[in-house]
Design a protein around this ligand. Structure first.
Ligand SMILES: Cc1ncc(COP(=O)(O)O)c(C=O)c1O
Length: 346
């Protein structure tokens, strides 16, 4: 048996989701005539308390557009040093958006209003690059599925308002934060000017993200998306998968969180220093391999049917999802824990 915990993007659509996609009513979305896309955009905008939404192929595209709406070429966006927009979007924000990025240190990606206040330089005239926006990730991927504190988000939102800065949320896994804390999505959404959410991570859809903002900004984002060659036609087939995910796959994220905890407990049983199960907040587990190199451990685990990512020289990441259950995650954790005790420093 293979337990693939490299990412929650690896899921395949369920039979019911495939049926919903096959039956989707569609039209040409560039003409604004795909009813299923329009329904998805309306529904997500309402869930997050915004005027309008734009269905995009990827989270990276939704983030690129969301940040670009708030930051002009030559200005900067501020985010944490491990942010997905900084590390994993192939420099798109600089290469395509023409903006610069400045980062602050953080504990597992947690935003801290004091750190943000320290580095912003709004309206800096001809002396410094002007900060135009702050971006935050919830949950935080490389931080290990960390949930942002609502109080800190409120404080940064206020700081941004006071200084005329935009505030963007990379909410690829906002659903996980919502399920883990019970915080209504709208309570998160209203704090931001632009929010991206993904359906292709924990929600198990094959493709798709939605960017929400006010109607004027979404109108501009629609033009920018087309300019990037990313306008699409009968995309309702994909939007139907996302709508199905919203109906059936949100509440069950609690199962993924329990499975992640079971995985971490099994690892910690062998090597307590590798991971603190109490620190597992959602569906991502970061394992500190200590003085053992992560790559060979990931390779040895794969030989035993357990796939995890070696994200750094001494760091493994495991992500639970729709296609794995708690029992197999616990068994996988046991294998990783055993391997950790066997591999010694080179
Ligand atoms: C936090 C976060 N934001 C954005 C993305 C980008 O999503 P996509 O792969 O659809 O471009 C990811 C992808 O894993 C992510 O983890």
């Amino acid at each position: 048996m293979i337990v693939d915990l490299r990412s929650d993007t690896l899921t395949r659509p369920t039979e019911a989701m495939r049926q919903a996609m096959i039956m989707a009513e569609v039209g040409d979305d560039v003409y604004g005539e795909d009813p299923t896309v329009t329904a998805l955009e309306r529904r997500v905008a309402d869930l997050l308390g915004h005027e309008a939404g734009l269905f995009c192929a990827t989270g990276s595209l939704a983030n690129l557009l969301g940040v670009r709406l708030l930051v002009e070429p030559g200005q900067e966006v501020v985010c944490d040093v491990e942010a997905h927009i900084a590390r994993a979007e192939m420099g798109a924000h600089a290469a395509l958006g023409g903006l610069t990025m400045r980062t602050f240190p953080s504990d597992r990606g947690r935003i801290d209003v004091a750190e943000v206040a320290k580095i912003i330089s709004p309206a800096a005239g001809p002396y410094l690059v002007s900060t135009a926006a702050v971006a935050v990730e919830n949950t935080h991927n490389f931080g290990g599925g960390t949930v942002q504190s609502l109080d800190q988000l409120r404080a940064v939102s206020e700081l941004c308002r006071d200084h005329g800065l935009g505030f963007h949320l990379d909410g690829a896994r906002l659903w996980n934060a919502h399920v883990a804390t019970g915080t209504p999505l709208i309570d998160y959404g209203r704090l931001f000017d632009t929010v991206s959410v993904c359906f292709s991570k924990g929600l198990g859809a094959p493709v798709g993200s939605v960017l929400v903002a006010d109607a004027d900004r979404i109108g501009r984002a629609r033009v920018l998306r087309k300019r990037l060659g990313a306008g699409w036609r009968q995309a309702g087939i994909l939007a139907a998968g996302a709508l199905h995910a919203l109906d059936h796959h949100v509440d069950r994220l609690a199962d993924d969180h329990a499975a992640a905890r079971a995985f971490a407990e099994a690892v910690a049983e062998n090597v307590p220093a590798a991971v603190d199960p109490a620190g597992v907040e959602t569906n991502i587990v970061i394992i500190d391999t200590g003085d053992r190199p992560a790559g060979p451990i990931a390779a040895a685990a794969a030989d035993q049917g357990v796939r995890v990512s070696a994200l750094g020289a001494r760091m493994l990441r495991a992500v639970t999802h729709l296609d794995v259950d708690a029992a197999s995650c616990a068994a996988a954790g046991k294998i990783i824990g055993t391997l950790l005790t066997r591999h010694t420093a080179p």
